[in-house]
Design a protein around this ligand. Structure first.
Ligand code: E4P
Length: 218
């Protein structure tokens, strides 16, 4: 399972990249706004930190402008995944980019039907938003189960299931149980994965007992 971080905060990205466990980055217009940085130099900076896919999202909603934006974004680096919304214009851009060998992340997916369209359009990633479905009283993980099952029926679909809008560690554990390819989540949720009170308690005991031995390994 690949881990992407969903942030435009380059300090956080550097910090997580140093763990060696980070496989990519996703951004969106709201995260760019939060960063307070200029978009193009920001994506250039992120691409310099992480070797894996870096999702950069188009801003336009019409096909012509979206295509021009996508074309500009893909020139930043080979590992930019152009992020497009799951709309007719977005999928048209996706098909053209994919045919030309550019990675595309299709975002704002809320149904299995939409995920089928994205795979047919050659998306490298489909981003179903589990947290936002949970927020409106639907079970977000059911959508992941449906997409994983459907894609498995069609080995010619190359699209990876990138679980997005993750709110907690159980979203990640359940995504792994279902065989999702990638998760993207805020830095805080990645850090939560390390935590267990019994780990802290056990380590405190070991440190204390080791001191009592009076020994040193080095
Ligand atoms: C995915 O690529 C999106 O940027 C993201 O996961 C959205 O998450 P949110 O629902 O927490 O805004």
């Amino acid at each position: 399972m690949k881990f992407f971080v969903d942030t435009a905060d380059t300090n956080e990205i550097r910090d997580l990249a140093a763990t060696g466990l980070l496989d990519g980055v996703t951004t969106n217009p709201s995260l760019v706004l939060k960063s307070g940085k200029n978009f193009i130099p920001l994506i250039e900076e992120i691409c310099g930190i992480v070797d894996g896919p870096v999702s950069a999202e188009v801003a336009a909603t019409d096909y012509e402008t979206m295509w021009k934006e996508a074309d500009k974004l893909r020139q930043i680096a080979d590992h930019v995944a152009v992020k497009v919304p799951l709309t007719p214009a977005g999928l048209k851009v996706c098909k053209k980019l994919s045919d030309e060998g550019t990675m595309v992340n299709v975002t704002l997916c809320f149904s299995a039907a939409q995920a089928i369209l994205a795979a047919k359009a050659g998306a490298a990633f489909i981003s179903p938003f589990v947290g936002r479905l949970d927020d409106v009283g639907e079970e977000g993980m059911n959508l992941i189960a449906d997409i994983v099952e459907i894609y498995a029926n069609y080995p010619n679909f190359q699209t990876e299931v990138l679980v997005a809008s993750i709110r907690n560690p159980m979203h990640i554990v359940n995504s792994a149980k279902l065989g999702a390819d990638v998760i993207t989540c805020p830095p805080s949720v990645i850090r939560q994965l390390y935590q267990h009170p019994l780990t802290d308690k056990g380590l405190a005991n070991f440190v204390e007992d080791w001191k009592k031995t009076g020994q040193s390994i080095l």
